[in-house]
Design a protein around this ligand. Structure first.
Ligand code: GLU
Length: 505
């Protein structure tokens, strides 16, 4: 394969949807797998759809995912500039080349005139297509006398440049994912390549840029597949070799009904954006929801690509190693928010406890609790199996930091017997005697006390848990009391007996 150069070419029209992140990721994996270059090109020729902040948002999102840009607006590169509005001066000459060769023409029809024609066609039950069957009846440099259209240009009348699509020709092209495709040109229209605002349309701009930037493979969303015949025709008209194409399958809603859209996000209870979108109508992001970037990337990678094995956990390096376009499927992939959580759970289990402790310490600080990493590490080891996110550690451990204020009524009803306060007072005395408050020591002492007195272990331990935790949840009791310490344990027993003793009367 000659040098691999791929580009991710988003339009800065808002936040980057996870489908867009996946497109970027597949381009990146393909580039890195093949020792190639990953380019970020900003496609902002449609000024009416430009959204402030979107460009930085896109870059920030890629960075968070660990997708490194080789050439781009900040990185520079041999083929810059990498923002289309900064390349404005380049495009007109290419539109002119096509006019010269007779493959494009000027059209002067106003939007109002076209709208009337569109409506007339619709009323007659047809679709209006600006193409070889009717262009001779419309207002353009093919239908008008040369002197007329030239004087229109000289007068500064608004115009667009349209591609002259030939009629009734079967064109063949191939896609790395879809295989060989044939389209008859009579089904296609004369697309606008250049607008009177002095800006090229996407079709012209991206194609010129892909050519000038020596792009070897165009990997993009399936929504561009219908435009591919036009792009092939344009390559032919310019006499340029086309790159190889790969059109990625859609990402579907969790119920499989339709495309996952930007609007589905918060509405369905999960984010559709990689990071928080802070402008206008704000939207949640995976980063702020507590996802690890490597878990997020792993999850995204498997939406449409499969390694052909049972393996599900892949680091970025492993993805690069394993990725091939041939293993990207044709059909849409259903997005599964539960699976996304599962991935984060898996990654959290493999993170070192001290790293999780650092993150959790920040969370605690915000709640006004200050603990050192070493203490938090032991706590994290106790509960991490039960959580998907660092923020969930709090729900599992709140009682480590503060004595319960409420006690589970159901548990009281079931576990609090007449002799419970007396037993807990005995237990309190036993624990008070304990010099060494480690897990092994407290466990040993309490178990022999239970045994020596012939008490029922379940009855004692359930009531003990109730006064310490407030409910019947949590890890091993001796892990808990050893962590909170002797004084706190004794105080909680006192408080529990006083409060529950009263409630249960
Ligand atoms: N600017 C286009 C988009 O945002 C890029 C399509 C392409 O990759 O060719 O979808």
């Amino acid at each position: 394969m000659s040098e691999v150069r791929v580009r991710f070419a988003p339009s800065p029209t808002g936040p980057l949807h996870i489908g867009g992140v996946r497109t970027a990721l597949y381009n990146y994996l393909f580039a890195k797998k093949n020792g190639g270059t990953f380019i970020l090109r900003i496609e902002d020729t449609d000024q009416t759809r430009f959204v402030e902040g979107a460009e930085d948002y896109i870059i920030d999102s890629l960075k968070w995912c660990g997708i490194k840009i080789d050439e781009g607006i900040y990185e520079g590169g041999e083929y810059g500039p990498y923002r289309q509005s900064d390349r404005k001066a380049i495009y007109r000459q290419y539109a002119d080349m096509l006019i010269e060769s007779g493959d494009a023409y000027y059209a002067f029809d106003t939007p109002e005139e076209l709208e009337i024609l569109r409506r007339e066609s619709e009323n007659a039950g047809n679709t209006f297509i600006y193409n070889g069957y009717i262009r001779a009846k419309l207002n353009n440099s093919l239908s008008l006398a040369e002197a007329d259209w030239k004087s229109k240009l000289e007068n500064g009348d608004p115009f667009v440049i349209r591609y002259k699509m030939p009629l009734n020709e079967d064109i063949h092209f191939d896609d790395l994912i879809r295989g060989d495709i044939v389209v008859n040109t009579s089904t296609l229209d004369d697309k606008v390549l250049y607008k009177s605002d002095g800006m090229p349309t996407y079709h012209l701009a991206h194609l010129v840029d892909d050519h000038l930037m020596k792009i070897s493979h165009v990997i993009r969303g399936e929504e561009w597949l219908p435009s591919l015949p036009l792009h092939f025709m344009l390559y032919r008209s310019f006499k340029w070799d086309p790159p190889r194409f790969a059109h990625l399958p859609l990402l579907l809603k969790p119920d499989g009904k339709g495309k996952l859209s930007k609007r589905d996000g918060d509405k369905m209870g999960f984010p559709v954006f990689p990071v928080f979108w802070p402008y206008g109508e704000t939207a949640k992001g995976y980063r702020e929801e507590g996802y690890y970037p490597d878990a997020f990337v792993n999850m995204i990678a498997l939406l449409g690509w499969n390694p052909g094995t049972e393996q599900e956990i892949f680091s970025m390096d492993q993805l690069i190693e394993a990725f091939t376009i041939e293993r990207v499927g044709k059909s849409g992939s259903r997005f599964d928010p539960e699976k996304a959580k599962w991935f984060n759970h898996q990654y959290l289990q493999t993170k070192p406890d001290d790293q999780i402790a650092i993150e959790f310490r920040e969370f605690l600080r915000a709640k006004g609790f200050h603990f050192d990493i070493v203490r938090l590490e032991t706590l994290i080891a106790l509960v991490k199996e039960r959580v998907n996110f660092v923020k969930e550690i709090w729900d599992q451990t709140d009682y480590f930091f503060k004595a319960p204020e409420l006690y589970d009524q159901e548990v009281i009803k079931k576990r609090w017997k007449d002799d419970t306060p007396a037993r807990l007072m005995e237990l309190r005395a036993v624990l008070e005697e304990c010099e060494d408050f480690s897990v092994a020591s407290t466990e040993g002492v309490v178990k022999s006390w239970i045994e020596n007195n012939g008490y029922n272990t379940g009855a004692i331990m359930n009531a003990f848990r109730l006064v310490i935790v407030g409910a019947s949840r949590g890890p091993h009791m001796f892990d808990i009391i050893s962590w909170i310490g002797k004084d706190e344990t004794l105080q909680r027993i006192d408080k529990g007996i006083a409060v529950i003793g009263n409630i249960s009367k």
